[in-house]
Design a protein around this ligand. Sequence first.
Ligand SMILES: N[C@@H](CCC(=O)N[C@@H](CS)C(=O)NCC(=O)O)C(=O)O
Length: 206
Amino acid sequence: MSGLRLYSMPSSGNSYKVRLLLSFLGLEYTHIACENGSAALAEAKASGNAPMGKLPALHLPDGNILSESNAILCYLAQGSGWLPENSLQQAQMLAWMFFEQNRHEPVIAVRASLRTYPERAHLATPARMEELLESGHVVLALMEEHLSSNEWFAGTQASVADIALYAYTHTAGSRGGYDMARFPALNDWLPRIAAMPGYVPLEAVP
Ligand SMILES: N[C@@H](CCC(=O)N[C@@H](CS)C(=O)NCC(=O)O)C(=O)O
């Protein structure tokens, strides 16, 4: 697969998921960086290069544009070991990816963004931050419970569910202020991902 163009936000976990899988797969692509609040982001939205108004957006060589990070992961992973072959494991993988979008990202990424982006600081009331802290610890505890008896989220090897969940979990302590010491199995899983060939950190933007 060549001729891929990725519109992505350097600081965003959703965009990082796609950059990480592209790197694991060894796929070349052109990267268009559109940081939060930048003119490049406004231009990407206005020009239709981010058709759903959000990043990441992956432009395929045939002109199709894919939105939604987890959908992009599933597309890119076709035919690779990052998608389990067995339909039960595929459903388990999707369950964790829906969990990531419905329960994890809206809490853990949101708390991190309230602490990171100055223009959002006025939304970080003590009550909201406390609520996001408590609900985030519940989400992380669910992951911890699974990882206490499983090496990966679905199947016997890493899948795109692991990438989806890794993106905002690996910075949950540093950016989100979560107490990661409570989650030993999570702390074992994070370096398993980072040790895989082709791994790139969030900050390594092409
Ligand atoms: N569910 C979407 C969420 C995408 C999303 O919220 N992207 C944010 C960055 S994390 C964005 O593009 N924000 C720019 C804006 O809203 O103006 C996905 O997983 O791709």
